[in-house]
Write a protein that binds this ligand. Structure first.
Ligand code: MN
Length: 239
């Protein structure tokens, strides 16, 4: 594994987040390719089987969402950056470079969507008989920030409900304090000082086949059944 750049906290964190994603993925046959910056960028593997989230999220939804939507962002991005200085760079670097350049809005949208979706797949894990809840230091931080798990749960669902139109609901660490955030369209905390811990996709394509217009049912089922707290804890640990 390459050494992280030593020039800034931001770069170090970016590297460690990437390494964490790759490590988390390695345990489940996931997506080491995200960190390589190979040209062209490849579509990372899902960290679980397409049917593994059923019935909360059906295999049909995952099949379209991953195989059409996510793949589409990666393919479009590769087309947009081919032959440009961004070709061959790591995805995180492409997101940040494009976000700073209004002329690269199309690159930003596709790069950020590619990154957000990989983060989303890893924010989820197959439902077990026991509802997943944060543990250890993460649980303490949830209590400190929200006043308890139930209050956190409600705020996370509310963020997804009140994101008007397409976007994302996030659990982030902001200067060490946990917060709920929401972003529109392709926007991502990756371009801010916030450290993303978990995300839920609230674009209609994420839930419409299974829940139609019932976004709250989707959000509640994901928060209660599918959140990958182990992944969140790893992201918090490297902050
Ligand atoms: Mn999506």
């Amino acid at each position: 594994m390459p050494k992280p750049p030593a020039d800034s906290d931001s770069n170090r964190r970016q590297f460690v987040t990437t390494a964490t994603l790759a490590t988390a993925a390695a345990a489940t046959g996931g997506f080491p390719s995200i960190a390589k910056g190979a040209a062209p960028l490849s579509l990372p593997s899902l960290p679980w089987a397409e049917a593994a989230l059923d019935p909360v999220i059906s295999s049909k939804t995952i099949s379209y969402h991953y195989g059409k939507h996510h793949k589409g962002y990666v393919d479009t991005l590769n087309g947009l950056i081919a032959g440009t200085p961004l070709e061959g760079q790591p995805l995180e670097a492409i997101v940040k470079a494009a976000s700073a350049d209004p002329a690269k809005k199309g690159v930003f949208n596709n790069a950020a969507q590619a990154w957000n979706h990989t983060f989303y797949w890893n924010s989820l894990r197959p439902k077990t008989s026991k509802p997943g809840k944060p543990e250890g230091a993460l649980f303490g931080k949830i209590e400190a920030a929200f006043g308890g798990y139930e209050a956190f749960r409600k705020e996370f669902v509310d963020a997804g409900m009140t994101q008007f139109g397409s976007g994302w609901a996030w659990l982030v660490s902001d200067g060490g304090k946990l917060k709920i955030a929401k972003t529109a369209n392709a926007d991502t905390p990756l371009t801010t000082s916030q450290v993303p811990l978990l995300v839920i996709d609230v674009w209609e394509h994420a839930y419409y086949l299974d829940y139609q217009n019932r976004r709250k049912d989707y959000l509640t089922a994901v928060v209660d059944g599918l959140l990958n707290w182990e992944f969140a804890g790893k992201n918090l640990a490297v902050k």
